[in-house]
Design a protein around this ligand. Structure first.
Ligand SMILES: [Zn+2]
Length: 399
């Protein structure tokens, strides 16, 4: 209990980049395309054996410690709250409430397409056993070195992210030795040892229990082709920054975690040239905040909005600066419009990142600081830039 509480607190305190609103999707509706029909047939077949799998699941759950059953049930409910990007889908699937949020952005459309062949069983299991967050937990706890990392399902972002990370460390005048950058891969869901380690570390489970659980997860990966052996983007649709701490199962480093899924999504909709750098620069911004002590204990929408808008501004400053990524602002701007329009609609949530307009205003402001500078080759210190931002914030939130 202590462990999960600690971990939950850590996740709440880390900066989840992607807080989006998922447009509802009637997952029972069939597409007319042949390709999808084939997939649907496969899904139907797997749904039949999923009945047997459910029975197996019930038996497995009954064999696990009672407090684990309760904890995971509780977490499943919590997950529905904390993952807006698929919360609505699941609500729909479980016939819970409809959402007020109707963002119909390119990225949501793409994600909907990716989920077109998911049936209610496919959704059920990823929540019932918290598969949806296992890759996040694994990266958060066990990936603590930049060495031997790859980014993207096939390592397609390794080069650009490694280079950008190095460049960000040079650009900003903060201590960067302790910060590591690690990948988050859904493929860990096919790795027995990694699954076991994760269940043990998150729920204090004994190997006696984590072993049958891991075996069942492996079976699910075979049973549901929809999961794509863990490589479905939904398992890793995120990026976040985290301050290191000692955890019973590992010494956790200061880190930035980059999920395969979110990178894949932005490449799919045509922003593969900007997204990896922009997302990384935003997460790096949170490390500037950690180091300068800019994070307050206050847990309110306003406090989160301030740190998120600040991270957006750091990111824009770096991306557009002649001695930073020196990217075409027009192009960066196009990406950010899409990125910020993912939402969020939950203005009262503590995870509120700012409205799309506010985020755009913060980014535009960061760009102007870089562009209007008298000496283009001069880089402001993190302290100077932050002071300018704090002075600007009251105006930015008026947008
Ligand atoms: Zn953030």
């Amino acid at each position: 209990m202590k462990t999960i509480r600690l971990l939950t607190a850590v996740i709440a305190a880390s900066f989840i980049l992607f807080i989006g609103c998922k447009k509802e999707k009637d997952i029972t509706s069939n597409s007319s395309s042949n390709e999808l029909k084939t997939t649907n047939q496969a899904a139907t077949k797997s749904a039949q054996s999923a009945a047997a799998t459910r029975e197996k699941f019930n038996k497995l759950m009954a064999s696990l410690p009672v407090d684990f059953q309760q904890k995971i049930e509780q977490r499943a409910k919590q997950l529905l709250k904390t993952h807006p990007q698929y919360r609505d889908l699941v609500r729909k699937t479980l016939k819970l409430e409809a959402s007020e949020c109707n963002n119909n952005t390119l990225i949501n459309q793409w994600l909907n397409q990716q989920l077109a062949d998911w049936n209610s069983d496919a959704f059920f299991f990823i929540y019932a056993l918290e598969l949806i967050d296992l890759p996040t937990y694994y990266a958060l706890i066990f990936e603590n070195s930049s060495a031997n990392q790859h980014f993207g399902v096939n390592g397609e972002y390794t080069q650009v992210l490694t280079k950008t990370f190095k460049d960000l460390k040079r650009f900003w005048n903060i201590q960067t030795q302790s910060i590591v950058m690690v990948g988050m891969h859904g493929s860990m869901l096919t790795d027995r040892a990694k699954i076991m380690n994760t269940y043990e570390a998150v729920w204090d489970l004994d190997p006696y229990f984590s072993e049958p659980l891991a075996d069942f997860v492996l079976e699910l990966m075979d049973e549901f082709p929809q999961y794509r052996r863990g490589n479905h983007p939904i398992f890793t649709f995120n990026a976040f920054a985290l301050q290191g701490f000692d955890y019973p199962y590992a010494v956790i480093s200061d880190k930035i975690v980059m999920g395969d899924g979110i990178l894949e999504a932005f490449t799919a909709i045509g922003y593969g040239d900007v997204a990896p750098k922009a997302i990384l620069a935003h997460e790096f911004g949170h490390h500037i905040q950690f180091q300068l002590g800019l994070i307050t204990d206050e847990n309110s929408p306003e406090a989160t909005r301030r740190t998120e808008l600040m991270a957006d501004a750091y990111s824009a400053y770096y991306l557009s600066h002649a001695r930073g990524a020196a990217m075409q602002w027009k192009r960066v701007r196009q990406f950010l419009q899409v990125f910020f329009n993912i939402g969020d609609c939950s203005l009262t949530s503590n995870g509120h990142h700012g409205t799309p307009t506010q985020r755009m205003a913060a980014a535009e402001w960061g760009y102007r600081i870089a562009n209007n500078a008298q000496k283009q080759g001069h880089i402001l210190t993190a302290q100077q830039f932050t002071a300018l931002f704090e002075a600007e914030l009251p105006r930015l939130v008026n947008y």
